[in-house]
Design a protein around this ligand. Structure first.
Ligand code: ADP
Ligand code: MG
Length: 271
């Protein structure tokens, strides 16, 4: 590994143990996938702990975690690398996936289904037993070392049929299903992440659970664990609870006046 690569990796190392509270045996499965050089697929709604899980796993495995937030413009070059020009000279810069493969790091492609379809061309040979990355533009084929791990996430709630992962892609992965934790666990997470007292944590978790029940009434997604923590931060900064719940939680969920009114009722019933 050269110096420039070491430098780029430095920011991806996780030196302090991230706080992660498991729901079931996701840590054991993640570690077993790693030992067997299998890729991981994390599915679940936004803000339910997928990224935190990957941070924890990377820390446990003592490997850098290189995260790519996928979007509909993300192309193979964004992952693999491209030629850049500096002082009239062209030079090659590895993309995040190439960097991860060469360094034996974990590459986490967040919201993979958003990426352009051509990206699957480079992901495929990395997910089967070949475990190799073709970098056509520089005529190289990198073999992934045993430490390399590919992880991808997606939110099944956002899928349109068109955008769903192809069976040929998803059947290569070990899958972990994430969801919002049960109330008791979520309370512990909120307390630990925010420092709020137990009584208030219980109420906030209840409120979030109530918003999740509005899914049948047309709310796209209820409040995530992340939104609870965000709301509590507002309260800790001195904002009154009702305003904090409005700005920190419910206004972020919808613009629909009826749903907003329903959630206002929920706030008043709890606080
Ligand atoms: N199981 C968990 N253990 C610890 N913290 C969690 C857990 N689940 C959620 N969180 C908290 O919720 C926040 C959002 O989780 P995150 O992993 O970013 O969600 P996702 O990647 O699924 O959108 C985290 O920053 C963390 O504070
Ligand atoms: Mg995330």
């Amino acid at each position: 590994m050269n110096n420039a690569m070491e430098c780029r990796l430095e920011e991806h190392r996780i030196s302090v143990e991230p706080f992660f509270l498991p729901r079931a045996n996701e840590i054991e499965i993640g570690l077993a996938a790693s030992v067997n050089h299998l890729p991981l697929l994390l599915k679940g709604p936004t803000g339910c702990g997928k990224t935190r899980f990957m941070q924890y796993l990377a820390w446990r495995l003592n490997r850098p975690l290189i995260t790519v937030s996928c979007h509909d413009d993300l192309s193979t070059s964004d992952l693999v690398g491209r030629y850049l020009v500096k002082k009239n000279e062209a030079f090659w810069q590895d993309g995040p996936l190439t960097l991860a493969v060469r360094a034996g790091a974990i590459c986490y492609l967040d919201e993979i289904v958003e990426a352009r379809k051509d990206t699957t061309v480079v992901i495929h040979p990395l997910t089967d037993d070949r475990r190799e990355l073709p970098v056509e533009k520089i005529g190289k084929l990198y073999a992934a070392p045993p430490e390399f791990m590919l992880a991808v996430s997606y939110n099944p709630g956002y899928q349109s049929v068109l955008k769903d992962l192809k069976p040929s892609t998803r059947q290569r992965f070990v899958s972990l299903s994430f969801d919002y934790p049960p109330a008791e666990l979520e309370k512990q997470i909120v307390m630990r992440e925010s420092g709020i007292d137990e009584k208030n944590a219980i109420q906030m978790v209840k409120l979030a659970a109530m918003t999740r029940s509005l899914k049948e009434s047309g709310l796209a997604e209820g409040a995530s664990t992340r939104l609870i923590i965000q709301t509590v931060m507002l309260i800790k900064a001195g904002i009154d609870t009702v305003s904090a719940c409005r700005s920190g939680m419910i206004e972020s969920l919808t613009d629909d006046p009826e749903l907003l009114a329903a959630m206002d009722e929920m706030i008043f019933s709890l606080f």
